[in-house]
Design a protein around this ligand. Structure first.
Ligand SMILES: Nc1nc2c(ncn2[C@@H]2O[C@H](COP(=O)(O)OP(=O)(O)OP(=O)(O)O)[C@@H](O)[C@H]2O)c(=O)[nH]1
Ligand SMILES: [Mg+2]
Length: 458
């Protein structure tokens, strides 16, 4: 059988365009063979030493043409990002230079890296598991320091260790079960079902906690959804626009202006928030409005917290009453804004009695800083108290975790009245699915999907 030769890959790892510096990465078994041909380091030091920086020229070997003065950082396998021999070439940040250096590298044995290929190699060489890959992906896309902190926690490897430990424990149980099934006449003790049940219960509770932490993590990575609801003309869109600092939503004095839900991201106190402006809640007058109101309901259900807006310059009517009832029925944080504080107030304080009310004017900006600090407090208290424990999962990992939980539950409940070989099949499936969470048993197609999200050069 022929051994597959691993290519040496190269790519620009910094954004294309003019900059002070551009960084080109080269990784693979021929990295230094190629660099010895195209890079002339100054000084007398041997090239390459591990973890060293060399100043010198990139030269086209056939012509002697000097493409650029560069710094080359060297990392010898296995102590590199990819686990392979790796070099990072810092060139001057000019696209003409970058493309010349790359073409010299390609002519001398490297090929263009695919999206995420450096990270894929890191994964395949055991430098990272899938949980760390996911964290890295989210780190690169994060838009708030809260998200970067969360991703960095995970890059540290704690969730990885946690899943690896649980998977190993399950594997141990499976091995024992299989042994007693396959060699019943040998001296191996038959399996103690009681002990197995207790063990599975413990594993289940640990895994459920992990799933909860993953749910919280995804809430942070997607942004904490906050729906703005109220009856038509209360000033929801005006409030949204004020908080965003721009005229995103259309505002008019015609009730029913907003027909669809509008989502926009913003950062409040380093928390990623997704504000949702909604169609005013009332009895729909036509089909379009009915669909809009349906979407408002959906936004209320999926959001983390709700801002209820009332027009303080009006006496509350049955529509306001209906909105208030809806808000009171929610089992999630609700903030009340009594809007239009710049106008004479008609809203009787009794109407909102017992609720935390912020008097504000979305038109004049009054009360907005109170609203923001109250929102920030609400999100912090209810949402991210345990940032350190949160977990970031990709879609296929969430799927695998759910499946693992389902079969484990079935197995745990079945002990005592389920054939042991069926039990073994469930445990085996749980082990396999957990392997999909951390990447120990992941298949090639899934890997393609995962690394496709990275850019070239990462
Ligand atoms: N005086 C005053 N007018 C406001 C204030 N907030 C909003 N308005 C006005 O109230 C009207 C309705 O505002 P919108 O922001 O469109 O209200 P909405 O709740 O989004 O309304 P729908 O989309 O129809 O459900 C507009 O004419 C706004 O200019 C405020 O604080 N003070
Ligand atoms: Mg509106």
């Amino acid at each position: 059988m022929s051994k597959l030769k691993i290519d040496t890959i190269a790519a620009l790892s910094t954004p294309a365009g003019r900059a002070a510096i551009s960084l080109i990465r080269v990784s693979g078994p021929d990295t230094f063979e190629i660099l010895k041909k195209v890079f002339k380091p100054g000084g007398k030091r041997a090239f390459p030493l591990h973890y060293s920086a060399y100043f010198g020229n990139i030269i086209e070997p056939e012509t002697g043409y000097i493409a650029d003065q560069v710094i080359v950082n060297t990392y010898l396998s296995p102590k590199s990002y990819t686990g392979e021999d790796l070099a990072e070439i810092s060139t001057h940040g000019n696209p003409v230079i970058v493309s010349k250096v790359l073409s010299i590298l390609f002519k001398n044995g490297a090929r263009q890296a695919e999206k995420g290929e450096f990270t894929r190699r890191a994964f395949l060489n055991g430098k990272m598991d899938l949980l760390e890959v996911e964290a890295l992906s989210q780190l690169l896309y994060a838009s708030s320091t809260t998200q970067t902190r969360l991703a960095l926690n995970q890059l540290d490897g704690l969730p990885s260790k946690y899943i690896a430990k649980i998977r190993q424990e399950l594997l141990d149980q499976l091995v024992q079960l299989e042994a007693s099934l396959n060699f019943p006449e040998d001296s191996i003790e038959s399996i103690d079902e009681n002990a197995l049940k207790i063990k599975l219960q413990k594993i289940l509770s640990e895994l459920s906690l992990f799933a909860d932490n993953a749910r919280n993590g995804s809430m942070i990575s997607e942004g904490l959804k906050v729906a703005i609801v109220g009856k038509p003309n209360a000033g929801k869109s005006s409030l949204m626009n004020y908080l965003l600092g721009r005229d995103r939503a259309i505002v008019t004095n015609i009730p029913g202006t907003t027909r669809d839900t509008l989502e926009e991201s913003l950062i409040i106190d380093s928390l990623p928030v997704k504000l949702i402006d909604t169609a005013g809640l009332r009895k729909a007058e036509n089909d379009i409005e009915a669909i809009g109101i349906e979407r408002t309901e959906k936004a209320i259900e999926t959001s983390f917290a709700v801002i209820g807006v009332f027009d303080g310059s009006q006496t509350p009517d049955s529509e306001d009453m209906a909105v208030l009832q809806r808000l009171k029925s929610l089992e999630k944080p609700v903030l009340i804004v009594q809007n239009k504080s710049d106008l004479p107030q008609q809203l009787n304080p009794d109407f909102l009695a017992g609720l935390e009310v912020i008097k504000a004017s979305a038109l004049k900006g009054e009360g907005m800083s109170e609203l923001i600090s109250s929102l920030s407090k609400t999100l912090k208290v209810n949402g991210i108290s345990s940032l350190e424990e949160m977990v970031l999962l990709g879609a296929s990992q969430v799927n695998a975790l759910d499946k693992a939980l389902t079969v484990l539950k079935r197995a745990e409940e079945g002990i005592g009245n389920m054939y042991q070989d069926m039990l073994a099949i469930d445990l085996e499936e749980a082990v396999r699915e957990l392997g999909r969470v951390n990447g120990e048993t992941v298949d090639v197609n899934t890997l393609d999907i995962i690394f496709e999200r990275f850019c070239i050069g990462k």
